[in-house]
Design a protein around this ligand. Structure first.
Ligand code: GLC
Length: 629
């Protein structure tokens, strides 16, 4: 598909070619409005476009900034007819055509709706946000660690045209080679966002959601190839571009993986964006944001990417290696649990947020079907406890039939030695990945925690995961919560699976390192399951060292004793994760708005093609009875 975005508003879309999954029609202006003051331009080298802050009084940082934005931009809408599993979805109206997606950001206190066309103003200045005076959530004196953490979090705020829009991944003045750690990462910003929201500060989160929405891909280009719309970038940077007469201009420059080390695809970004959008509404009560037309379109584009058909046979999402928090080669390509758990959470979030309009019925049906199939798949095939290990140990192989016991043809020889010793008598967990003849038995923390938070696991499984974490405390918590995965890949496995990655050596970084940012998600899972004792223990453990160690990104060694070999210091999501954990523990009622209970209606849904064809009885019924006990 050939796209040129030099001229955003007046392209003739008639000339655009169609591809197999999306039909693009030229479409007359639906609602008239002035063109956005923000739009994306094509970089000369063809890389994805930064957003320019135009027709504004927007100078270098620190100067007085006022930005005017016209909020109603509907000219040159393009209709994207979405196709999800052959169900007829509503048409998605793409603002400004394919490659120009106008930004609409208003003040947080403004009554807004993009469909109404009022003029509005961007920009309370970052300096105007008085983070110091925000109330302490429980009315107690904050600890020294908390005070420092708040100061550091505030210092990490990134502004764009005068408004706070995110936080730097790392803000270490001593770091001479920040690589891309001086950018705002979508996934890294989530704990920052929650810390701000729990402190009563919503503007930065709202700005972040709207600006990243604006960056959402309409024409991602990597090596002359343009995959689907809807992808959210991994990160973005606010760049200052020189203009004439010693003036500079700020632009938002997204990275969709085309600059990232290893060119990894940020599959999790869109899922996090949806999850955060829901959290923003739940905590601030500002549901108008998610009701906006442009925001609704953003949700649907992400869903569209996730729900469209591919060659895959499973309801889980098929992704490449390094497409989430573990963003380099670690043998997690295929159907990694982390992506499935975030996908499930994003689907549940979307179902709550999609406006009840004409097209909503089809979306909700598709979401429900996928939720149902996905939870069945994960609960049945990813769950591992002592009983299941014993079952696999005795598996017959090479079974050809629809009712095979060993459906994925797993050879018992695959069961690693460490697992036979490690699996406790009580408790269990979701395995890391499942593919034909392949089970990744490693324990991946983020995926397991989000299975609990989103109720992807059954209530019993969720309880059992925390039981396992408790009984394996030294392995998973050690000196610093929490291990990103357990155990590490060593020797030949490390060589073959990581490609001899010197950053991912055994018990370092992604390969069995300990990541304090995982603490807030552990806390949330514990609150949900009534195990705040475990969360408190972990938070206290972290608090003893984080400030002293200068808020490292990760820790190394088998039990997290040392600051990571190449760990960044003053890592923002470490800082924010700590603050968020503290506040969640003190506000369990607010915390409860961030997780999901079991959806019993989903258990009734079955879209199993086998049962329809009458070839085989669907196993859903049996599974349901197990879940309900
Ligand atoms: C590393 C992490 C990734 C994180 C980024 C910024 O690449 O693997 O998860 O988002 O740093 O902190």
């Amino acid at each position: 598909m050939l796209l040129n975005s030099q001229k955003p508003a007046s392209l003739g879309f008639e000339s655009l070619k169609f591809d197999h999954t999306r039909k693009l029609h030229s479409h007359p202006s639906r609602i008239l409005g002035s063109w956005s003051v923000f739009y994306r331009t094509q970089k000369p080298n063809g890389a994805p476009n930064p957003i320019w802050c135009q027709s504004r009084v927007c100078r270098a940082r620190g100067e007085h900034l006022i930005t005017k934005v016209w909020s109603n931009v509907r000219n040159n809408s393009t209709v994207v007819e979405t196709r999800v599993n052959d169900k007829n979805f509503e048409r998605i109206y793409v603002q400004g055509g394919l490659n120009a997606k106008p930004l609409v950001v208003e003040r947080i206190d403004k009554d807004e709706n993009t469909g109404r066309g009022e003029e509005s103003v961007v920009g309370s200045e970052a300096e105007n946000i008085n983070y110091e005076n925000l109330e302490v959530s429980v009315g107690r004196e904050e600890s020294e660690s908390e005070k420092e953490a708040w100061r550091l979090l505030k210092d990490a705020i990134v502004t764009y045209c005068g408004s706070p829009v995110g936080t730097l991944a790392t803000n270490d003045p001593g770091d001479k080679q920040p690589l891309n750690y001086d950018q705002v990462f979508i996934r890294d910003f989530v704990p920052s966002a929650l810390a701000f929201l729990l402190k009563g500060e919503g503007e930065i989160v709202r700005n972040f959601l709207l600006h990243t929405l604006q960056l959402q891909s309409w024409e991602k280009t990597v090596d002359c190839y343009s995959p689907g719309q809807g992808l959210m970038p991994a990160s973005f940077k606010v760049r200052s571009v020189p203009l004439d007469e010693n003036k500079t201009e700020e632009v938002l420059d997204p990275d969709f993986g085309e600059s990232a080390i290893g060119r990894v695809a940020p599959v999790d970004s869109g899922l996090w964006w949806i999850i955060l959008l829901r959290a923003y509404g739940k905590i601030t009560g500002d549901y108008a944001l998610q009701e906006r037309v442009d925001v609704q379109t953003g949700i649907k584009l992400i869903l569209n990417l996730c729900l469209s058909d591919g060659f895959d046979m499973f309801p889980s999402l098929l992704v490449t290696d390094g497409s989430c928090m573990i963003d380099r080669r670690m043998g997690i390509h295929g159907h990694p649990l982390e992506i499935q758990a975030l996908f499930y959470s994003a689907l549940r979030s979307s179902r709550e947020m999609l406006a009840a309009d004409d097209g909503a019925k089809n979306w909700v049906r598709a979401i429900n079907n996928r939720l149902s199939a996905l939870s069945f798949h994960i609960r049945e095939y990813y769950w591992l406890d002592m009983k299941k290990v014993n079952e696999i140990y005795r598996y017959k192989t090479e079974e050809y039939s629809t009712d095979a016991t060993n459906k994925f043809n797993i050879y018992p020889e695959q069961i690693p030695h460490w697992l036979m010793d490690w699996i406790p008598e009580k408790g269990g967990y979701m395995i890391g990945n499942l593919q034909p003849a392949h089970m990744d038995f490693r324990f991946f923390t983020l995926g397991n925690l989000w299975s609990i938070i989103s109720s992807l696991g059954t209530p019993k499984q969720n309880k059992s995961v925390l039981k396992l974490i408790e009984s394996k405390w030294d392995d998973l918590m050690g000196h610093m919560p929490l291990k990103i995965c357990y155990p590490a890949l060593e020797y030949e496995e490390w060589r073959i699976i990581t490609g001899s990655d010197p950053k991912n050596t055994p018990w370092s970084y992604h390969n069995g390192g300990s990541w304090p940012t995982l603490l807030w998600q552990f806390t949330l899972a514990c609150i949900k399951m009534g195990r705040t004792d475990l969360a408190t223990k972990a938070v206290n453990l972290a608090e003893k060292r984080l400030k002293l160690d200068r808020w490292p990104e990760y820790y190394d060694t088998r039990n997290g004793k040392f600051i990571g070999k190449q760990s960044r210091l003053y890592q923002t999501w470490t800082i924010a994760g700590f603050l968020t954990s503290k506040m969640l523990l003190e506000n369990p009622e607010t915390a409860s708005r961030l997780f999901w209970d079991e959806d019993y209606d989903l258990l009734e849904i079955c879209v199993c093609a086998l049962s329809n064809s009458g070839r085989k009885k669907c196993s859903r019924g049996a599974a349901r009875s197990q879940i309900l006990v």
